[in-house]
Ligand binder design. Structure first.
Ligand code: ADP
Length: 547
């Protein structure tokens, strides 16, 4: 081999910080406080305060590799911890504030967090699990809703006592930067330890024109929490590009989000489908109330975005939705549904189908589809199998070496998602392997049925899940939430689906619910539905359409 003669310059987050200070000192970071007032400052202020934080943590004895946890909403102080901790060589660990205290205790103990930075408003939650985490040495309270109580350290007092300069160390790009746990939708949460290098490469790829296309002129609003898969990297992408950041704090209801998007002229926002479902319903009710003319792209991911949602935004409000797929284990973005090449000229239907798919792989992410026995399957858009991936921002193992069974012998990560891939490379998720409905040997895609149900004008949300069945093992059941003031019968829903699916696929029964239960990250919680209604067909044989 003839070695190249280029510098071995480390890909670290401190470079992003330095860059923001040097080239974009006036870019704004706007945060909404719990009382709905806005806090504004610039990247120059952010840099100086992040240095103060790094000085304070050093004084508290935080060392390279130590885990500093956050229990926080999306706001500017959380962002300071996001950068200050990894840039000084320690690891920021984002705790998911929607989890049960027992789970939080398990995760923080597993991570061996030594410092916790917690919003004052979330302190009651922290109190419920702190005793389960003996490794915690310091509790730093962000005074978002009153002062820090005795026995804790006040975030602002700590920063005020420190210098706004900090000499960030030269780090190895492979050193750990952030620890995120999977939200445990289908099992115990597992830790994923990102590196500086993986985070920087992920940010560079995400900002490419045909991915998010983020740029300095954008105003970016991560609705997706900073504790959920690093807010999809949006906070890193923004600092890299110098874009304005708009952080929504704790008010995530549709009117509050729309108010902020309009007021701050947001151009790019990201959130899970349940957030956008609520926003679309409100826009449909009051189409002219909010001026969203600045918005150029709304990213949806985390669970399947129904095509009716994507089309609804596009056709009724002229808003572009971009569907993406990812996983905590992938930093998290893996694929993005941009319409490419010949499909741009294709008929509306083919374009919509590409837009509604989970998209094709980002550069440096490789995708393939395999059967249970590991045989690789064709990219024909029809053959279903498990999606396997590899790339520089895919976890090579979990934090404490669990989950070795998630890797193939040749080093690919098994996503647990059942997919097809078509000849253009577009991935379509049919299900998570644990949610797929196995009815008499046939696999039924809950996602396809949900998408079709959510296209019915009366339906707001629909989740399809497996009900136990004496003859077929499992049969599909649907939990349906209707739009305000709408009514529909079970027979009408079946008639709506009948033209699109084989009889075998049609749900045996429907349960009407005010809202589909959600996971801590806003996904439909199918384990709860299976728990509550799994025996429904055994108990109500009359409802059983399949016998
Ligand atoms: P958890 O596994 O606890 O839900 P993650 O947020 O990491 O935590 O979830 C990753 C999973 O979310 C993927 O494996 C996939 O099943 C699902 N997912 C993510 N994005 C999409 C999408 N656009 N469409 C369908 N499913 C998605």
């Amino acid at each position: 081999m003839l070695p190249g003669r280029m510098m071995d310059f480390p890909l670290t987050l401190s470079h992003l910080m330095e860059r923001a200070r040097t080239f974009y000192p006036r870019s704004e970071i706007v945060s909404r406080n719990p009382d709905k007032s806005l806090h504004r400052y610039t990247y120059a202020d952010f840099y100086a305060r992040t240095c103060r934080l790094a000085n304070a943590l050093t004084r508290l004895g935080v060392k390279a590799g130590d885990r500093v946890a956050t229990l926080s909403w999306n706001h500017y102080r959380h962002l300071e911890v996001y950068y200050g901790v990894p840039c000084m060589g320690a690891v920021v660990h984002t705790l998911n504030l929607r989890l049960h205290p027992n789970d939080l205790g398990y995760i923080a103990r597993h991570a061996e967090d030594s410092v916790v930075v917690v919003d004052r408003s979330l302190l009651p939650l922290f109190e419920k699990f702190k005793d389960a985490v003996p490794s915690i040495r310091h509790v730093i309270v962000v005074p978002d809703a009153g002062p820090a109580p005795e026995g804790t350290l006040d975030y602002e007092a700590l920063l005020a006592a420190e210098s706004p300069d900090f000499d960030f160390p030269q780090l190895d790009e492979n050193s750990a930067s952030m620890l995120c746990y999977t939200s445990g939708t289908t099992g115990n949460p597992k830790g994923v330890l990102y590196s500086h290098r993986s985070t920087v490469l992920h940010a560079l790829a995400c900002c490419m024109t045909d991915v998010t296309g983020m740029r300095e002129a954008d105003a970016v609003m991560p609705v997706v929490p900073m504790f959920h898969a690093a807010a999809w990297g949006l906070a890193f992408d923004a600092v890299l590009t110098g874009a304005k950041l708009v952080l929504p704090g704790p008010h995530l209801d549709p009117p509050s989000l729309l108010d902020l998007m309009a007021a701050e002229k947001v151009t790019l926002a990201g959130g899970v489908p349940t957030i956008w479902i609520g926003i679309l319903a409100l826009l449909d009710q009051a189409p002219n109330k909010w001026d969203l003319s600045s918005m150029r792209s709304m990213l949806i991911g985390g669970s399947a975005a129904p095509p009716s949602l994507i089309e609804g935004f596009q056709q009724r409000h002229g808003l572009e939705v971009v569907h993406a797929w990812g996983m905590t284990e992938m930093s998290p973005v893996g694929t993005m549904a941009k319409v490419k090449g010949p499909l741009r000229q294709a008929a509306h239907e083919a374009k919509s189908s590409a837009r509604a798919s989970q998209g094709f792989a980002l550069p440096f992410v490789e995708t393939r589809v395999a059967s249970d026995d590991g045989t690789l399957l064709p990219w024909d858009g029809e053959t279903m199998g498990e999606l396997e991936v590899r790339g520089p921002w895919v976890a090579s193992s979990y934090f404490s070496d669990e989950g070795a069974d998630r890797y193939t012998k040749d080093g690919w990560f098994k996503t647990g998602d059942v997919v097809t891939i078509d000849s253009h490379g577009y991935v379509r998720i049919c299900d998570r392997s644990k949610d797929v409905i196995k009815s008499g040997g046939e696999w039924i895609s809950s996602v396809a049925l949900e998408n079709a149900l959510m296209a019915h004008p009366a339906v707001l949300e629909a989740a399809v899940f497996a009900g136990k069945h004496p003859k077929w093992d499992e049969r599909p059941l649907a939990a349906v939430a209707l739009k305000e003031g709408q009514q529909v019968t079970k027979e009408e829903l079946t008639a709506h689906l009948a033209g699109q699916f084989a009889k075998m696929w049609l749900p045996d029964d429907y349960v009407f619910v005010p809202q589909v239960p959600r996971t801590s990250t806003g996904k439909f919680l199918k384990t709860k539905l299976r728990e509550d209604y799994g025996d429904h067909l055994l108990k109500n044989p009359k409802a059983d359409a399949a016998t």
